[in-house]
Design a protein. Structure first.
Length: 146
């Protein structure tokens, strides 16, 4: 396997990610092989379970591991796609143009999606209209000296 250096300036999570990455790229961990369980790895290397969880999550995000529920983590089979380096854009989406004006117009259309997540306001039927009207009538009827 590989060793971790707790006194290194490199965080333990990064050391774990780089260790597994090197093992996979060198062929010492074959595609489809099972990675040690999170608890086993944490116990064997004297690190926190949370550190290993973070590292395994990063390995999944980078495309080196795949998680199978109730089975553990496995080295991802290479299907002609190399794992992406952090911050890179896949070639098939590199030239994708997003029309922000179309999206903004679509947000304000009445016929648009019923739910508009991220739009910044609640749907109209969530508004307590009668209560607001009653409050406005009460305020309008009061004699206020400014």
């Amino acid at each position: 396997m590989f060793t971790l250096n707790p006194k290194s300036a490199t965080p333990l999570v990064v050391q774990i990610v780089e260790g597994f990455r090197d093992l996979i790229q060198s062929g010492n961990l074959r595609p489809g092989s099972k990675a040690p369980s999170i608890r086993q790895f944490a116990h064997a290397h004297g690190v926190s379970v949370y550190t290993v969880v973070d590292a395994y999550d990063r390995l999944v995000a980078l495309g080196y591991f795949v998680s199978r529920p109730h089975s553990g983590f496995f080295v991802r089979k290479r299907e002609g796609v190399a794992p992406q380096a952090p911050g890179t854009v896949p070639a098939e989406t590199a030239n994708y143009n997003f029309d922000s004006m179309w999206y903004l117009r679509r947000v304000f259309e009445a016929r648009a999606l019923r739910m508009k997540p991220g739009c910044g306001w609640l749907p109209g039927d969530w508004l307590f209209e009668e209560g607001l009207r009653r409050s406005l009538r009460t305020l309008a009827a009061e004699n206020v000296d400014l």
